[in-house]
Design a protein around this ligand. Structure first.
Ligand code: PMV
Length: 333
């Protein structure tokens, strides 16, 4: 039996604009996670996927339509077997479970697919690198997101804070000082594909306006990266608020998200914004450790179905290719 896990994630800055080539910053969220367990099965059993949370039991190779929740799971298994060079479906049971809320901006699809890739590959004799896991999960992200930037599979597979630009080598983020976040859930499921598709239509209709908004978001991300690396946490809150204003402009915010954001700010958060695709899902608030509980309570009081307190730590471990930090441009930030 082989068990593997993968964390959720939160995008701190730059969602949506990242689909259009601008940078974004994301961190793993280990308080929620997906789990995949692979067990040998008797000969002739085939490969059965069980996912109790989705009320699903699916045999690989049996008919599955693209809108079936089993479809991305089967696709992940098939890509992994292909990568392993296994042509005949092995006799296995794959049990998937997850505490990452589905379609709520915390990377549930990437977490589940990452846990599957890790468990299946390890069970069948090969331990993939984070880069290989990320690449194997990306096609599943296409199923979930339509036109994904690749940020979710990257941060979940590498399990480290990342500065991400679509198509560029991953850069792990240096965190100069640890900082605390409250993550509040509106409880409203919002499929990423729909929000991403609506932003694309807006961009097609008003390309100059959207490009200017995306540039502004990109500039915020650069400032945030410098502030995080330098341990200037006080600057981050204002940048979060500014990023939220732009997310409202591209129409991916919602009344429920703004109620939680307002409650967090009112209870002492230094800044707050939605995280992920928006429209529903989760928001994040930057908090001082002593305010964390009060902010989490305020967010719950404003209707959040859950509130997580998480830390972005100071450990800087470099995995894979990295870029040098550009020189700090004080005037820009
Ligand atoms: O809502 P999530 O966790 O799936 O995050 C989506 C992030 C987007 O920038 C909106 C899309 C993408 O592929 O980067």
């Amino acid at each position: 039996m082989t068990t593997a896990y993968a964390p959720g994630k939160a995008i701190l800055f730059g969602e949506h604009a990242v689909v259009y080539g601008r940078p974004a910053i994301a961190v793993p969220v280990t308080q929620v996670r997906a789990c995949a367990v692979v067990q040998d099965a008797p000969s002739g059993h085939g490969l059965l996927i069980r996912a109790q949370d989705l009320n699903l039991e699916h045999g690989i190779g049996t008919a599955v339509s693209t809108d079936d929740p089993a479809y991305p799971l089967e696709a992940t298994v098939r890509h992994t077997l292909e990568w392993l060079g296994i042509e005949t479906i092995p006799d296995l049971t794959l049990t998937v479970s997850s505490t990452v809320p589905i379609a709520r901006g915390l990377g549930s699809g990437a977490a589940i697919a990452t846990a599957i890739v890790r468990a299946l590959a390890q069970h069948l004799g090969r331990a993939p690198t984070p880069r290989e896991v990320s690449d194997l999960v990306y096609p599943t992200e296409i199923i979930h997101h339509g036109t994904p930037s690749g940020i979710d599979n990257t941060v979940v597979a590498f399990e480290q804070p990342v500065y991400f630009v679509k198509g560029k080598p991953i850069e792990t983020l240096h965190v100069g000082q640890p900082f605390w976040l409250v993550i509040g859930d509106t409880g409203i499921a919002s499929p990423t594909k729909i929000a991403v598709g609506d932003v694309r239509r807006g961009w097609e209709q008003h390309p100059d306006q959207y490009e200017a908004w995306f540039d502004h978001i990109g500039a915020i991300v650069e400032c945030a990266r410098e502030a995080i690396a330098a341990g200037e946490i006080a600057a981050l809150g204002k940048l979060m608020d500014e990023n939220q204003e732009l997310l409202e402009a591209i129409e991916v915010s919602s009344r429920e998200l703004e109620e939680l954001i307002g409650a967090a700010r009112g209870a002492g958060a230094t800044g707050a914004k939605l995280c992920g695709a928006g429209r529903g899902g989760n928001m994040i608030a930057l908090v001082a450790p002593k305010e964390a509980q009060a902010v989490a309570d305020a967010v719950r009081g404003a209707g959040a179905t859950n509130a997580i307190v998480t830390t972005v730590g100071a450990i800087h471990v470099v995995v894979g290719a990295t870029h040098e930090l550009p020189r700090r441009d004080a005037a820009r930030c």
